[in-house]
Design a protein around this ligand. Structure first.
Ligand code: GLN
Ligand code: ZN
Length: 762
């Protein structure tokens, strides 16, 4: 009989209880014991919900106090050398220290979880002696069983994926590391097996990338070792986010189940099934319900898909499941009271997806009688939304079509523009600037709330924002920055702010998803054609500029970032959505320029996030991403300086695309990747203005002058000093005012030192 399964449930809670508890604990307002009991309550509620809905295989150990990769590292006692750790279970203070930094040690790097907007903490293996400090999956299994009678399915990050995502070791040490980790995994699995666990889910999303011969051998070693060490335990080898690359080798592994993504890896995985079949002795975890998108599935279409699958796999061998963990979608649509019914009915968040899985399983089992009405309602809602004319803007579609063959070039090439800009702006060598936002203090958030609740008038709110701008323009001048910003006080979120002012967007009240640690985002929904309606940023920017002689940079969020940080419609290609956004933003760029703003930053921190996992799809994506940026920025005058900003990424493989965006100045995050980015400039030259972040803004720590000087000197070894800018890693909105001012003062001091040491400084 077909079974239903889930791969992971969001941690944050329907009311973001998780976030609130973590932050209260960090602020010293919650004791560790209280934190533990609050999180346990939440965790049990989530399990109970899945139980009540009727999910057969409920995941346990998917919950985390911060991040599941950090959990795995901590479980193995893998703690970076710079933290003092002397073995045993990693205490919570140390666990959070690794994630967030302490006053003595910088945080570990954090990076994107495959192509999602979730960020994990990168394990640092260097110097660690792995031991099993505690069997977390076992603890989670026992808890679910004892408290709720749930026969849970422990979820574990697989050894190959764990190693591939870790750093602090050289390639030649891979096998040595595998040999250290394997016995620990075996111990975990043996303890699970003797506890009576039936199924474990071992996540190996790395199998969607092309593995080398060595890695394939390692994979074989890993799963053969497991098979002989725990022959009674059923292992679901789980992949997601794309189709698996080496299907044949993977299906030959001695595991009992293979989980495949039939949403984001649909065509590849289907093709593999068609050409190579599916082993008779394995269970297929059929990921047919999209774990990442927010749209209701057409269950009719999913039934068709399942039918297709049953021509390769016997029905009793199929488990119906989400395509990946539901970590990437909000908790429930039921809290949304303000969306139009057409749109609301077209959505499915985590809870509704669980319902879809259960419903689909019932249908597949043949229990159709009692679900016919539900099925019909699903199809009606789905179709109504597909056909809705609220989604169409003929004029926009025509405008975009008319752009088809354009190259979107600035009037002059960079070298000539640069000269004109130098002449106009007269900036000192190593100009200093920030990335845009300044601290969003409790006061700022309070003001926005009052205004949103209509307790403050528009004018009252605007007056408050102007006061904040006053304060920070003065502060920036006093600190001695060269290019100022207005501070983004009027924005909660760099995407939401623009979405609210453009046509084609909708906003949920409670559609939060975890981005990193306790940080949650509430992505807008792009449900229809995007159109510019009115100026979005001109008023505040113009006001800021009126207060100072120094240039104030206008601040916009770029088309690709808006797209990648939104939930987008699926009825037109992403490329088209990007152009629509770019076209709307171009109108804002032009409005800023006409209002006298001569430097405009178009942030694209999320360009890399949309990069397809498969190498063969990447060039095409980058080509239209670059084109969208240029569409948005190419019409300005030569002396207007276009800036852009990117964060948290590995850029070495896309430096040429960054160059092709043709921004006059780019600022990039570097301090968290500890100079790795700088290394990429040793092998690639970059010939436009560039600022490498000289301090990490993700931690409250104030870096000293010497530390920033070291970063600057290192960067200047590989970059042209004439094109070099000095700035923090990213926006400062999550920081406090005091630490921000102190850090920026140190940054300016480090800049002055660099200037006086520079041969160019005449
Ligand atoms: N301008 C934005 C800010 O400073 C950029 C944020 C980002 O890169 N994520 O907040
Ligand atoms: Zn950034």
């Amino acid at each position: 009989m077909m079974k239903s399964s889930n791969l992971g449930y969001p941690r944050i809670g329907a009311d973001r209880e998780w976030k609130k508890a973590l932050e209260a604990f960090w602020a010293g307002k919650l004791q560790e014991e209280e934190l533990r009991s609050q999180l346990q309550e939440l965790r049990l509620n989530h399990l109970k919900k899945q139980q009540e809905k009727g999910i057969d295989y409920i995941p346990v150990n998917d919950f985390s106090y911060y991040d599941h990769i950090l959990d795995t590292a901590a479980m193995f006692g893998i703690v970076p050398k710079r933290f003092s750790y002397d073995g045993g279970v990693v205490p919570l203070s140390l666990y959070y220290g690794i994630a967030r930094g302490t006053k003595d040690a910088t945080a570990s790097e954090m990076t994107k979880w495959f192509n999602t907007n979730y960020h994990y903490i990168v394990p640092e293996l260097d110097g660690a002696v792995p031991v099993l400090t505690e069997n977390k999956p076992l603890i989670a299994y026992r808890e679910a069983k004892e408290k709720l009678g749930i026969e849970g399915k422990p979820v574990i990050v697989g050894p190959l994926t764990f190693l591939k995502l870790s750093k602090g070791y050289s390639r030649t040490e891979t096998d040595a590391w595998l040999n250290r980790l394997l016995p620990l995994y075996v111990q975990i699995l043996q303890e699970l097996a003797s506890e009576g666990v039936q199924w474990v889910q071992i996540d190996e999303p790395i199998l969607t990338s092309k593995l080398s011969v060595e890695d394939l051998n390692r994979l074989k070693t890993i799963y053969e070792t497991f098979a002989s060490a725990v022959p009674t335990l059923n292992i679901m080898l789980q992949t997601y986010f794309e189709s698996v690359e080496q299907y044949k080798e993977i299906t030959q592994l001695p595991v009992q189940g293979l989980g495949l993504d039939f949403v984001h890896g649909l065509s590849g995985n289907l093709a593999s099934l068609q050409s190579l079949g599916f082993p008779e002795n394995k269970v297929l975890g059929a990921g047919v319900i999209d774990g990442r998108g927010i749209w209701k599935a057409s269950l009719r279409a999913k039934q068709e898909l399942l039918k297709k699958l049953t021509s390769y796999v016997k029905p009793e061998q199929i488990i119906i499941q989400s395509s990946c963990s539901l970590l990437h979608v909000p908790v429930t649509v039921s809290y949304e009271t303000k969306l139009g019914s057409e749109l609301k009915d077209a959505l499915a968040f985590a809870d509704e997806k669980l319902d879809e899985i259960v419903l689909l399983t019932k249908v597949a089992r043949g229990d159709v009688a009692d679900v016919t009405a539900e099925l019909e309602e699903n199809e009606r809602a789905y179709q109504t939304f597909q056909l809705s004319d609220k989604r169409k803007r003929e004029d926009i579609q025509q405008a975009i079509a008319s752009f088809a063959d354009q190259k979107f070039e600035r009037h002059l090439p960079f070298a000539e523009r640069h000269q004109a800009q130098q002449k106009k702006w007269q900036l000192p060598i190593f100009p200093t600037t920030t990335i845009g936002s300044f601290p969003q203090t409790a006061e700022v958030r309070k003001a926005r709330q009052l205004w949103r609740k209509n307790e403050w008038s528009n004018e009252q709110y605007a007056e408050f924002i102007r006061k904040e701008i006053d304060i920070w323009i003065k502060l920036q001048e006093e600190i001695g920055l060269d290019v100022l910003v207005h501070g983004e006080f009027e924005r909660t979120d760099m995407v939401e702010f623009f979405g609210e002012k453009l046509e084609g967007f909708a906003f949920t009240q409670n559609g939060w998803v975890q981005s990193y640690g306790s940080r949650c985002v509430k992505p807008p929904i792009i449900y229809g054609d995007v159109a510019f309606l009115k100026e979005m940023t001109v008023e505040e920017t113009k006001y800021a500029q009126s207060l100072t002689e120094r240039p104030v940079k206008g601040m916009l969020t770029g088309p690709i970032t808006i797209m990648n940080w939104s939930f987008v419609r699926e009825d037109i290609p992403r490329e088209q959505i990007a152009y629509q956004l770019a076209y709307a933003l171009r109108q804002e760029v032009e409005a800023l320029e006409s209002a006298g703003i001569g430097m405009i930053q178009v942030d694209e921190p999320a360009v890399r996030e949309g990069l397809p996992l498969k190498a063969e799809d990447q060039a095409e994506y980058l080509a239209w991403a670059v084109k969208a940026f240029r569409l948005a920025t190419c019409t300005v005058q030569d002396t207007t300086q276009i800036h852009t900003h990117m964060c948290y990424c590995e850029f070495h493989d896309m430096i040429h695309s960054i160059d092709a965006m043709d921004a006059d100045v780019i600022s990039i995050e570097t301090s968290r990747s500890h100079g790795e980015l700088i290394h990429s400039f040793e092998v690639n030259t970059y010939t436009k203005g560039i600022g490498l972040g000289v301090y990490d803004i993700h931690s409250p720590r104030v870096p000293d002058v010497a530390e920033m000087t070291a970063m600057i000197e290192r960067a200047l070894q590989v970059l042209d000093p004439k094109l070099f800018w000095i700035n923090p890693d990213c926006g400062l909105k999550t920081r406090g005012q005091k630490e921000t001012v102190a850090s920026l003062r140190n940054m300016v001091e480090a800049t002055q030192l660099a200037r006086s040491n520079s041969a160019l400084n005449v």
